[in-house]
Design a protein around this ligand. Structure first.
Ligand code: GLN
Length: 447
């Protein structure tokens, strides 16, 4: 598949042919990465995760409860794409309401990993990552609340970038956990990620958490020659399996020989990251999902009373994982447990940010695994707690609001991609992309 950079040089006519080719190829594929083939506008086609609104398109967040719902307005990221020679094309499969790490909870069925159809593509932006990896999308948008861009990118051997919280407007993104959600690019290479990031970022008065400063473009000024100081969090690495640890050590060596300086740190109490994230994310999710009551959005169940309408719509419309999170979220917010769980988790969130800030006093970037293993087999992650644990490397970054980029560095003995992530200071996407471009060069990953 041609890159986003190349595609942006094509004429209108060439792009029209390219879109037809992509649609034909995607329809012939059995990955189940696309769940719709809507298109909107003119330009380079970008695949859109099914939780980002494109006006007039169906949008369901891969949930039965939103069946039949049509997006009444355009997400800001879609407007931004259109002003940069791109267009929304196709809806990507995902975990229901972006809650998951495997894309197995989609109402539309599972998406397969293009490197091994018996494995998951990761999640929740699994359709976006699988399509880019399989050459049936030039580039895609995903959303990342606790790793949902970076982890599927790592599992599928492509690049995935989560911007600093506040860099990209959330207007028109279905809210999962509003204080953690960010939209970001999934692409074939680092340069394309910068181009797509440049296109979607920017202040937006429609999102009250949108940052209002420093919007210079990055793609044209990226500098792979810049020498950076990169930190290793020593006690992070041992939690990953051996193959990941080997890939990590090799990458670190390659970065060092490219002239970067490596420094070592530890982080305290990382064992609380998962609990902190799952308390805060479920609390916010329970609140955000309260609006799906059968009255205002999507699918409505049969019922004789108003109470039965709410009850039946939510019982029939939400999948198992979403229900589990609504229950968890309401529990941690309930009066008896609010202080013990929700308030405490907010305090721990601050401690996590303080630790990142302390480490960033001595370095430009942190290098970390994205996941403790390669993509697991479909159906193998039965226990939800097992799944939550696999998010150990990605969630702290969302809790701290930092930007991070996942890129493929090696393949394991079974040919499955291994991704690592670089993490930068808040709003320092420039350094993040400089480092990523350098890393992409030195690891020389073979697709
Ligand atoms: N796997 C994490 C979760 O299930 C992250 C999901 C995401 O980033 N949307 O919450």
């Amino acid at each position: 598949m041609i890159t986003l950079k190349e595609a942006l040089t094509k004429t209108k006519e060439e792009l029209a042919i390219l879109r037809e080719e992509i649609e034909a190829k995607a329809k012939a594929s059995d990955l189940n990465a696309y769940i719709g083939f809507e298109s909107s506008g003119e330009g380079v086609p970008i695949l859109i995760k099914d939780n980002i609104q494109v006006q007039g398109w169906s949008i369901t967040s891969a949930s039965k409860i939103l069946q039949g719902y049509i997006a009444p307005y355009e997400a800001t990221v879609i407007k931004n794409l259109k002003s940069k020679g791109m267009m929304a094309f196709g809806r990507a499969n995902m975990d229901e309401f972006a809650m998951g790490s495997t894309t197995e909870s989609s109402f539309y069925g599972i998406t397969k990993n293009p490197h091994d159809a018996s494995r998951v593509p990761g999640g929740s932006s699994g359709g976006s990552a699988a399509a880019v990896a399989a050459g049936i999308a030039i580039a895609a948008l995903g959303s990342d609340t606790g790793g949902s861009i970076r982890q599927p990118a790592a599992y599928c051997g492509v690049v995935g970038m989560k911007p600093t919280y506040g860099r990209v407007s959330r207007y028109g993104l279905s809210a999962y956990a509003s204080s953690l959600d960010q939209i970001g690019p999934i692409t074939q290479n680092v340069e394309d990620a910068a181009i797509l990031y440049d296109a979607i970022k920017g202040h937006d008065p429609m999102d009250s958490t949108s940052a209002d400063f420093d919007w210079e473009d990055i793609a044209n000024t990226m500098n792979a020659e810049r020498k950076l100081t990169i930190a290793v969090i020593d006690n992070y690495i041992s939690e990953a399996n051996e193959e990941i640890q080997i890939a990590y050590a090799q990458t670190l060596k390659a970065l060092e020989s490219a002239g970067h300086t490596i420094v070592h740190h530890t982080m305290q109490n990382t064992k609380y990251d998962i609990a902190t994230y799952y308390i805060l994310a479920t609390a916010e999710a329970a609140t955000n999902l309260a609006r799906f009551d059968g009255v205002r959005y999507g699918r409505r169940a049969e019922a004789k009373t108003t109470e039965a309408l709410f009850f039946n719509t939510r019982s029939e419309g939400f999948g198992e994982e979403v229900k589990r999170r609504i229950l968890l979220g309401n529990f941690v917010l309930s009066s008896g447990f609010y202080e013990a769980y929700y308030v405490k988790a907010q305090k721990v969130r601050h401690l996590i940010l303080d630790q990142f800030n302390a480490i960033f006093k001595t370095c430009d970037l942190i290098l970390s695994p994205v996941a403790p293993s390669v993509a697991p087999k479909i159906g193998s992650v039965g226990d939800p707690l097992e799944m939550y644990k696999s998010d150990m490397y990605t969630i702290a970054i969302n809790l701290a609001g930092l930007p991070a980029i996942s890129l493929p560095v090696a393949k394991n003995s079974e040919g499955m991609p291994i991704g690592l992530q670089l993490i930068a200071k808040a709003f320092d996407e420039k350094t993040l992309f400089d480092g990523a471009l350098s890393m992409e060069k030195v690891v020389n990953y073979q697709h």
